[in-house]
Design a protein around this ligand. Structure first.
Ligand code: HEC
Length: 101
């Protein structure tokens, strides 16, 4: 019984941290990945495809070739862009294979 309680407490303590960390990544895979996946309607895309400063300007300057209003709202897009910057080519933790090529 003690063990169960301990596990439950641990899960409660860890859950919010995990959710927060996964937020940008989760949105990226789910929303961007709906088109940008292997065999999808657009070629696979990853954070390490571009430098942080490029990601920062990419959507702000309307460089994306397709409207995204139906896929992400502004807040979600900001969260995704932050995630992309955190794992960009010139970041400390570049991520090149979140969406497999
Ligand atoms: C509704 C489908 C769709 C969604 C959703 C979508 N894209 Fe795209 N995206 C495209 C298409 C179509 C292209 C142009 C063709 C290609 O690159 O394969 C493109 C191109 C791109 C490019 C340029 C690729 C290159 O090689 O320069 C980037 C970067 C990109 N998208 C990032 C994203 C990100 C990040 C998201 C999520 C916020 C996203 N896209 C969501 C359809 C989509």
């Amino acid at each position: 019984m003690k063990k169960v309680f301990l596990c439950l407490s641990l899960a409660l303590i860890l859950a919010p941290t995990v959710t927060m960390a996964a937020d940008g990544a989760g949105l990226f895979v789910q929303k961007c990945g709906s088109c940008h996946k292997r065999g999808g309607s657009a070629s696979p895309v990853n954070p390490a495809d571009k430098a942080g400063v490029v990601w920062e300007k990419y959507f702000a300057r309307g460089r994306h070739p397709q409207g995204l209003a139906a896929t992400v709202n502004d807040a979600e897009l900001q969260t995704v862009v932050q995630y992309l910057q955190t794992h960009a080519a010139d970041s400390d933790q570049p991520a090149a294979a979140v969406i497999p090529k």
